[in-house]
Design a protein around this ligand. Structure first.
Ligand code: NDP
Length: 300
């Protein structure tokens, strides 16, 4: 078998198109423009790249983008004061605080100071609780993107066996909740799981969110399974020249693509969906704040 490649880049472009069309309609019909505020503390180069990309894509879909850059040594109280201001700003419908924060800041406290209705990352404890109890919430962007791709690929997920490898608060746990919400039988695997190959081998859906390069080989995967590779790992690529590197996922793509029914590549799979879902969440938050119709197919 040769797996179908799930094109996350193309899918993300279609999500952005849907968002842009809905934003244009919103502006026409109600004069409201959704606004996303992104807060970056410090100079982390990877975070700077993400924030720039988020700002650019926000503007491209017709939304307002507000960027706030704070020095790495900014007191925590100043960040909390800025979040309070954004919570009370009616032009801001979504607030994202770029993680990681500097060591002197308490990440949980900062995240939980965001108005849950504007928490477009879905990390606020209220949103975690709402998702866990099957209520309407803001859903973390990466798992939401994975769910959208799975639904597009498989239609109904009901009754399928799914394994999520990884139990982080930002990917693994919310991913498992979403799959449960779509009536999968879900196993959450982690570093202490006994017989990971056996667990993976029973799954119709494999979501790998570990952060270990190519740790899932093709011979663990059930023939025909759908594989979503969340991992982003940079490894040496001497074949490209001295000192060169390349990105790979948590799944060994070449061997897995010979067994799986469908698989996401790295790069070009889950990655592009994450920012697209951030835009979708901002639009959803704006519609909910103004009691307007939410876009179809862009939420869990
Ligand atoms: P974390 O480091 O927070 O969590 C990793 C999880 O993997 C932990 O639950 C850990 O288990 C588990 N794990 C570690 N080693 C093993 C092992 N040998 N077998 C089974 N499970 C193991 O990572 P994140 O969830 O934040 O991210 C995971 C990956 O996804 C990373 O590569 C990250 O870069 C990528 N990512 C990609 C995004 C995208 O947009 N595409 C967005 C977010 C993340 P335990 O809890 O027992 O320690």
């Amino acid at each position: 078998m040769t797996a179908q490649i799930i094109d996350g880049k193309a899918f993300a472009a279609s999500v952005r198109e849907k968002v842009a069309a809905h934003v244009a309609r919103l502006k026409d019909e109600s004069g409201i423009t959704p606004g996303l505020a992104v807060v970056l503390v410090g100079e982390d180069p990877a975070s700077q790249v993400y924030v720039r990309s988020k700002g650019k894509q926000t503007v491209e879909v017709g939304m307002n983008s507000y960027e706030h850059k704070l020095e790495a040594n900014t007191p925590e109280a100043d960040l909390l004061a800025l979040i309070d201001k954004l919570n009370n700003d009616p032009a801001v419908h979504g607030i994202l605080v770029q993680l990681p924060l500097p060591d002197h800041m308490r990440e949980d406290l900062v995240i939980n100071s965001i108005d849950p209705a504007k928490d477009v990352d879905g990390f606020h404890i209220s949103n975690v609780g709402l998702l866990g109890t099957g209520q309407k919430s803001m859903v973390p962007c990466t798992p939401l993107g994975c769910l959208m791709m799975l639904r597009e690929q498989l239609g109904s997920l009901s009754g399928l066996d799914a394994v999520v490898i990884g139990r982080s608060n930002i990917v693994g746990k919310p991913m498992a909740q979403l799959l449960l919400g779509d009536s999968c039988t879900v196993t959450i695997a982690h570093s202490r799981t006994k017989d990971l190959p056996g667990v993976v081998g029973r799954a119709d859906i494999v979501v790998a969110a570990v952060g270990r390069a190519e740790m899932v080989p093709g011979d663990w995967i059930k023939p025909g399974a759908t594989v979503i590779d969340v991992g982003i790992n940079r490894i040496d690529a001497p074949e490209k020249g001295e000192g060169k590197t390349r990105l790979v996922g948590d799944v060994h793509f070449e061997s897995a693509a010979k067994v799986a029914g469908a698989i996401t590549p790295v790069p070009g799979g889950v990655g592009p969906m994450t920012i697209a879902c951030l835009l979708a969440n901002t639009l959803t938050a704006c519609c909910r704040a103004n009691e307007l119709t939410e876009p179809d197919g862009l939420t869990a």
